[in-house]
Write a protein that binds this ligand. Structure first.
Ligand SMILES: [Zn+2]
Length: 100
């Protein structure tokens, strides 16, 4: 693996991970060192006796050494609040996206 000088990298930096661990799909990696990750989940509704499919979007730190791209399936870990909207960091790519 390349040298990683990212102080907020969850593997090589100073930021600790704790709490929730999620996985989701990267839908945008346009911002520098940030990825928008879509999390799919289901909730059970008693009225309809079925599961409702829901999703949320989470802004996550995308460290230099991982550099996830749009379309990648990634694992996330909760961190301290890194910015106004970021409190998760990408810890690895579970499945790379299909596009080049
Ligand atoms: Zn790193």
């Amino acid at each position: 693996m390349m040298d990683c000088n990212d102080p907020r990298c969850p593997i090589h930096g100073q930021v600790k991970t704790r709490g929730a661990r999620l996985s989701g799909l990267v839908v945008s990696a346009k911002a520098k060192k940030t990825a928008i990750v879509k999390i799919d989940y289901t909730i059970y509704t008693y009225k309809y006796e079925r599961y409702l499919r829901k999703h949320s979007k989470v802004a996550a730190h995308n460290p230099e050494c991982i550099n996830a791209k749009s379309g990648d399936l990634v694992n996330l870990a909760e961190t301290r609040r890194l910015s106004k909207t970021k409190s998760f960091a990408i810890t690895g790519i579970a499945k790379p996206g299909v596009q080049a």
